[in-house]
Write a protein that binds this ligand. Structure first.
Ligand code: AHR
Length: 338
């Protein structure tokens, strides 16, 4: 249900000066949007939340009900059901995991509330109007193909990789793992281990501490599925005396490319960082405006993303025959990032 922004009664004098009446100053109405956000686990998530709160502001004509689901799948379904009870106009979901959605999406459909999925995908139901997000498999393939070209440039013949994956079952984790593994298998690399760091700094540190003990001296690549995990992994490697970065013993690869991640690229700690663009909210708003106008939005909208490194990390590589470009990290690039 929509809420009036201005319900004030004002006195107006008519031209003849005879009639004095009462009318609404502005009949503008807010569009009610419920957003069930994953949580607050990473810099990326903070940027995504801010983007949504900026776009869906009262100033822009929206009334946003925001729920931080703290990475709890049950709490996220509960949040969606509470939006149905509130009779919001639209529901935005960033699904913590990719499956288990059909029942609650059917409830949204029965209530006549359009659902827009943002960032991660829902893989077992199509009862949503649109999805706006990233191609996570492409991100994983990019990391793999880049590593192949970079290793060739550096004369590295054997790849022994440790992966710190994101939250298990999240499409961001599934896509990045699948993409990187595909290139690893095609090139005979060893993936020594893959354990979840849950997309958090603490998780990344914990997994890397145990990797440093179990695989001491046996690995030359660490792949962290987001920047926050990479921050934790760096702490663990520092403590274990393992050197990393373009001049170290270990090639450290990360995803997200948020400001702090790019700062670590510039500081020669992370060798390559593969962007996941969190600024999807303006595109979600476009979907809502199309629905308001009775138009049919695109079912899938992909975010544009870039791959980052220093000059030394610039190598030629392709994904499915398409040439890729590395963006060199400078202070201006960092400044412009989220
Ligand atoms: O779903 C996007 C992923 O989730 C980002 O890579 C990560 O930082 C976040 O927590």
């Amino acid at each position: 249900m929509r809420k009036s922004v201005f319900g004030a009664c004002v006195t107006v004098s008519m031209i003849a000066g005879l009639a004095v009446g009462c009318m609404t100053a502005s009949a503008d109405e807010l569009i009610n949007v419920g957003f069930a956000q994953v949580g607050h686990e990473s810099d990326w998530r903070t940027a995504s939340t801010k983007s949504c709160q900026d776009v869906f502001s009262e100033e822009n004509g929206y009334n946003l009900s925001f729920v931080d689901c703290d990475n709890d799948e049950a709490a996220q379904k509960e949040a969606v059901r509470s939006f149905i009870e509130q009779e919001v106009d639209y529901i935005i979901i960033d699904p913590i995991i990719a499956t288990g959605w059909d029942t609650v999406l059917t409830e949204c459909e029965d209530a006549g509330i359009p659902v827009i999925v943002i960032d991660r995908t829902i893989d077992d139901s199509d009862k949503y109007v649109s999805w706006v997000g990233s191609n996570f498999k492409t991100e994983g393939l990019a990391a793999g193909e880049w590593l192949k070209a970079y290793a060739e440039k550096k004369g590295i013949e054997e790849i022994n990789a440790l992966v710190i994956s994101g939250s298990t079952g999240a499409s961001a984790q599934i896509g990045r793992s699948d993409g990187f593994r595909e290139v690893a298998e095609a090139n005979g690399w060893n993936i020594l281990d893959e354990q979840t760091g849950d997309f958090t700094e603490a998780g990344g540190q914990e997994v890397m501490e145990s990797y440093c003990k179990s695989y001491e001296g046996k690995f030359n690549v660490v792949v962290c599925q987001n920047d926050n995990e990479a921050f934790g992994a760096m702490t663990a490697m520092d403590n274990a005396g393992v050197s990393y970065g373009p001049n170290g013993d270990v090639i450290l690869i990360s995803f997200d490319a948020c400001t702090a991640g790019l700062e670590d690229v510039k500081a020669e700690k992370i060798t390559a960082d593969f962007e996941c663009n969190p600024l999807a909210a303006p595109f979600v708003e476009e979907v809502i405006q199309q629905l308001e106008a009775g138009e049919e939005p695109e079912k899938e909208v992909y975010m544009v993303e870039h791959w980052y490194g220093l000059e030394d990390a610039v190598v030629d590589f392709e994904i499915d025959g398409e040439a890729q470009e590395m963006t060199v990290v400078t202070d201006e690039v960092i400044e412009a990032q989220y």
